[in-house]
Design a protein around this ligand. Sequence first.
Ligand SMILES: NC(=O)c1ccc[n+]([C@@H]2O[C@H](COP(=O)([O-])OP(=O)(O)OC[C@H]3O[C@@H](n4cnc5c(N)ncnc54)[C@H](OP(=O)(O)O)[C@@H]3O)[C@@H](O)[C@H]2O)c1
Length: 255
Amino acid sequence: MTEGSKRILEGKTIVVSGASSGIGRAIAVHLARQGAGLVLVGRDRARLEDTAQQAGAKVCRIVQLDLTEVTAIMPSVKETVAVLGRLYGLCHAAGTVDTLPLSAIGPEKLQAIMQVNYVAGMELARSVTRRDLLLEEGGSVLFISSIYSLIGKPGQIAYSGSKGAVTAGARAMATELARRNIRVNVLSPGMVRTEMTERALAGLSGQQVQALKDMHPLGFGSPDDVAHAAGFLLSPESKWITGANLVVDGGCSAQ
Ligand SMILES: NC(=O)c1ccc[n+]([C@@H]2O[C@H](COP(=O)([O-])OP(=O)(O)OC[C@H]3O[C@@H](n4cnc5c(N)ncnc54)[C@H](OP(=O)(O)O)[C@@H]3O)[C@@H](O)[C@H]2O)c1
């Protein structure tokens, strides 16, 4: 980042879902360093408050919300705009994973993952980009997908499907919203060390963990590795980029 661009998001307010943990928290902290105001969304208020403290943003609002309650999303966003003014963007980082074989994925399990990863993300985008809620000059929307939308792994049918839907939906959204100067992009991380992955790694043998490490030529990533790329895609520095899927995976999918 150049000296002059450090506060490139000054005066712009961005909704970050999944801001209570891992990648979403790192993104919120990074956006605040670029000057952004924050709307932090998640279920765990105490951990959202921790993020707010770490970020130290001048403008910050905590929205405690279970994103499976999709009908609550639009009213919460409207209420936020009534308090903070119009929004500049959204980063949908909230996500959930359940590693299960096909035989164990009934419609309920499938729907639970789709609800948070895909349906809630689309409803957040619909709310944030409403003409009366977004800045008139346009804005930026970013979805955190996964390399599992691009490569197959046993046990990831539900998760991969939900992330594939995110990636494809975002691409179509980019074409629809470009005329309002709203950019829509996707970021697809490889394995990043967060609570989500610690839970998954805990259930694997040493050999399986090593095999996962071997898939990543640059090793596992950190939440900050994703946050820096997210900051770029959300900021006007990427003003000619829309409909893109930026893979941030330590070389995993290059092999
Ligand atoms: N870590 C990786 O290796 C990796 C790789 C590729 C993609 N990703 C994606 O990156 C994103 C962040 O993952 P992470 O590793 O940072 O996971 P994490 O540490 O487990 O964080 C998940 C976040 O999602 C929120 N969330 C989950 N269900 C929610 C619900 N029903 N309502 C509201 N918020 C909900 C959680 O907030 P509360 O607990 O407060 O509700 C939490 O802030 C996810 O979309 C994930 O799929 C992660």
